[in-house]
Write a protein that binds this ligand. Structure first.
Ligand code: SAM
Length: 321
């Protein structure tokens, strides 16, 4: 059984300004009509209700959250919801250099940035856009402003970016970043997943030459990453083995999709509709009960999960990554 469920990933949009081939392929997902996306006041009410059900930490995600109008105003308000102790943001960083000062002023400090290559041409191939320079400028600006921790999420893709593992890890020698290696999950295209999946054991083996990995203890609201530090390095390394070492017993999170559906687990076949009851005038208590129901529905999914085999749209851009 899972432990305490205190972390909600809240998707505020299914739109994105990148087209990462494994997440938001061109024409590969049906976007929600605007009226189907939860409004900010609805999201804020749900955040308050979630806090009553035990949620302490909310990560704002998407799609790309920073493409939604007034995302920063929303983030500021989220930080003021009673009971929510930590607000974090996951972004692809494309607009970060420009928005970082205003984002810092909202009070948010915890930033996760997605970056799968340190090579500009490759970055363009993976994402469909030439924004590598913008993302690097965003990371630099965020670091100068004092955001922290800054976590850099790299989805490892066999034969596509696995020759960059050491370069990514070496970023933590000089910078206080946490570089997190994420196993590629079978979402939009299972055949491609089979070709490019690299298990975490192999990822770690390839980093062994850098030195011993010292375990770093993480907070109770921390996500699924196993965190380490190489002696003498300023930053940390995180390993997220969502496929090879599925982490149900330690998973502490729920996901709210932009369409207002609560997902007990990334791999869950079912979701609870919150938008319907919310728009029909449900009380806070009735909504809190839906959060509790989602928490009860959390449990171990085995054998190894496959999002691709699910009937509903499985891409991370739709679910909220
Ligand atoms: N746009 C934001 C971003 O880029 O961080 C937030 C949403 S994105 C869907 C969140 C994360 O999901 C990204 O780090 C992305 O790499 C990851 N992701 C998407 N599809 C994935 C897959 N098939 N396997 C592993 N990670 C995936």
């Amino acid at each position: 059984m899972p432990g305490q469920i205190n972390y909600l990933r809240m998707s505020i949009t299914d739109r994105c300004n990148l087209r990462c081939f494994y997440c938001t392929p061109w024409g590969g997902w049906e976007k929600l009509p605007c009226q189907e996306i939860l409004r900010y006041e609805e999201l804020l009410r749900l955040a308050g209700v979630a806090a009553k059900a035990g949620i302490k930490k909310i990560r704002v995600t998407g799609g790309e959250p920073l493409v939604r109008r007034d995302a920063l105003g929303f983030i500021r308000s989220l930080g003021q919801v009673p009971g929510i102790e930590e607000v974090c943001l996951t972004t692809n960083g494309v607009n970060l250099a420009e928005l970082a000062p205003e984002l810092y002023a909202t009070g948010l400090r915890h930033l996760n940035l997605s970056l799968d290559s340190l090579n500009r041409d490759r970055y363009r191939e993976f994402t469909g856009f030439d924004h590598f320079g913008d993302v690097m400028a965003g990371i630099e600006r965020a670091a100068v402003l004092g955001f922290g921790p800054i976590k850099i999420n790299c989805v490892v893709l066999k034969d596509l970016n696995d020759d960059e593992l050491v370069d990514f890890a070496l970023l933590t020698r000089e910078h206080p970043f946490q570089v997190r290696f994420i196993e590629f999950m079978p979402t939009v295209d299972e055949a491609r997943w089979r070709r490019h999946f690299l298990p975490m054991a192999e990822i770690r083996r390839r980093l062994a030459g850098l030195g011993p990995l010292e375990t770093v203890t993480t907070a109770a609201t921390a996500g699924p990453a196993r965190t380490f530090r190489i002696p003498g390095f300023r930053g940390e390394l995180g390993f997220i083995s969502s496929v090879s070492d599925h982490h149900c017993p330690t998973c502490n999170r729920l996901r709210l999709t932009a369409a207002g559906r609560l997902r007990p687990c990334l791999f869950a076949a079912s979701e609870l509709d919150l938008k319907g009851p919310l728009r029909r005038g449900a009380s806070d208590e009735a909504l809190a009960e839906l959060f509790r129901e989602a928490i009860r529905l959390k449990g171990c999914v085995s054998p190894a999960p496959s999002l691709a085999s699910q009937p509903s749209s499985p891409s991370m851009v739709s679910i909220g990554g």
